[in-house]
Design a protein around this ligand. Structure first.
Ligand code: NAP
Length: 310
C-alpha cells in the first residue's frame, strides 16, 4: 500500500506566520500600533510553562506584543480575576488567554466567562462557543480552525463526506465536529463510551482523533485513503507521540498529520491569526471580526502558496 501524504502542519504554519508578520507590519504603518496578546499562567505545570513560552516566542517572531501575568498555584480567586479585568480594560491587548488547566479546575468556567468575549482569541467563552453552534461569526477555537485549514489546504473534500471525531471536549472534539458539520460533512462524534471504536472510525473518510491516549488508533481503524488528523499530544518515555499509530496508519490512510509537526504548530498559528484579526477589528481596519479561515482563503489567493516555508 502506498504511503499516505503528509499533512505538514509545521510548514503550513510557517506560511501563515509569514502572512501574519506582513500584516502586522502593515497594521503598524496604518494605525501606529501592533496587535497585543495577554497570557495568564497559574502554577508551575511544566507542560503549561512550555506552551506559554512557545506562544510568547511565536508572538515576538511575528511582531505581536506579548504580555503575561504569572501567578503561584495558591493565587487567590480575586487576584486572578482582577488580572483578567485589567487585561479586558487594557487598550494594548487584543487577545487574552488563560492557560488551562488551572490548579483550581472549579474556577475555569468562570475565568473563561470573565474574559471580554471580544478578546477571547481561544474561542472558549460561552458566547463564542454559542456563536459557533449557531453558525454565526465569532472567535473560532484555534485547534479546530487549524485542523480545518490543514484539510482545506491539502484539498481534502469535506462536502458530503463521512467524518468521525474521536473526543468530545469543549476545546477540541465538539468545536471540531461543529466546524466539520459547517463544511457539510456528515459527522459522528465518538468518545470513551463508544462501542467498537475501530468499526466507527473505519467509516470515516476524514478522521480527527483528540482523545489523549497514545496510539489509541491503529491501522485496523482506518478506511483506506482516509484523511487522518492526530490532535493527541502524549508525553511517553519514547518522547511526544500522538493518539494514532503513525507508522502503521500511514500505510493505509491517504493523508496523515505527524506528531509533532502537525496540529500543534497550526494551533499556535491560529492563535496569532485570531489576535491579528481581533486587532484589525478593534482598530477599525475591519468593520467586523473576520474568520481566520476566510482570511486565509483570501490571502492564499493574493500571496500564492508556492513560496518556500520560513
Ligand atoms: P480531554 O478533555 O481529556 O478529552 C478527551 C476526549 O477523548 C474525551 O471526550 C474522552 O471521552 C475521549 N476519550 C478518552 N479516551 C478514549 C477512548 N479510549 N476511546 C474513545 N474516546 C476516548 O482532552 P482534550 O483537551 O480534548 O485533548 C485531547 C488530546 O489533544 C490531548 O492529548 C491533548 O494534549 C491534545 N491537544 C492538542 C492540541 C494541539 O494543539 N495539538 C490542542 C489541544 C489538545 P469522554 O468524554 O467519554 O471522557
Amino acid at each position: 500500500m502506498a504511503q499516505a501524504q503528509l499533512l505538514d502542519g509545521a510548514a503550513l504554519a510557517c506560511q501563515v506566520r509569514r502572512q501574519i508578520r506582513q500584516q502586522v507590519t502593515e497594521m503598524q504603518a496604518a494605525v501606529g500600533r501592533t496587535p497585543g496578546l495577554a497570557v495568564i499562567l497559574v502554577g508551575d505545570d511544566p507542560a503549561s510553562q512550555i506552551y506559554v513560552r512557545n506562544k510568547e516566542k511565536a508572538c515576538t517572531q511575528v511582531g505581536i506584543l506579548s504580555l503575561s501575568r504569572r501567578f503561584p498555584a495558591d493565587v487567590s480567586r480575586s487576584e486572578l480575576f482582577e488580572a483578567i479585568r485589567q487585561f479586558n480594560d487594557d487598550p494594548r491587548v487584543d487577545g487574552i488567554l488563560v492557560q488551562l488547566p488551572l490548579p483550581q479546575p472549579e474556577w475555569e468556567m468562570d475565568a473563561i466567562a470573565s474574559i471580554d468575549p471580544g478578546k477571547d482569541v481561544d474561542g472558549f467563552h460561552p458566547l463564542n462557543a454559542g456563536r459557533l453552534l449557531e453558525g454565526v461569526p465569532g472567535f473560532l477555537s484555534c485547534t479546530p480552525a487549524g485542523i480545518l485549514y490543514l484539510l482545506r489546504h491539502a484539498g481534502v473534500e469535506l462536502v458530503g463526506r463521512r467524518a468521525v471525531v474521536v473526543g468530545r471536549s469543549n476545546i477540541v472534539g465538539k468545536p471540531a465536529a461543529l466546524l466539520l458539520l459547517r463544511e457539510h460533512a456528515t459527522v459522528t462524534v465518538a468518545h470513551s463510551r463508544t462501542r467498537d471504536l475501530a468499526a466507527v472510525c473505519r467509516e470515516a473518510e476524514v478522521l480527527v482523533v483528540a482523545a489523549g491516549h497514545a496510539h489509541l488508533i491503529g491501522a485496523d481503524a482506518i478506511r483506506p485513503g482516509a484523511a487522518v488528523v492526530d490532535v493527541g499530544m502524549n508525553r511517553t518515555p519514547e518522547g511526544l507521540v500522538g493518539d494514532v499509530d503513525f507508522a502503521a496508519v500511514s500505510q493505509v490512510a491517504g493523508w496523515i498529520t505527524p506528531v509533532p509537526g502537525g496540529v500543534g504548530p497550526m494551533t499556535i498559528a491560529m492563535l496569532l491569526l485570531n489576535t491579528l484579526l481581533a486587532a484589525r477589528w478593534h482598530t477599525g481596519l475591519d468593520a467586523e471580526l473576520r474568520s481566520p479561515l476566510e482570511f486565509l482563503a483570501e490571502r492564499g489567493r493574493e500571496d500564492g502558496d508556492s513560496r518556500p516555508p520560513c
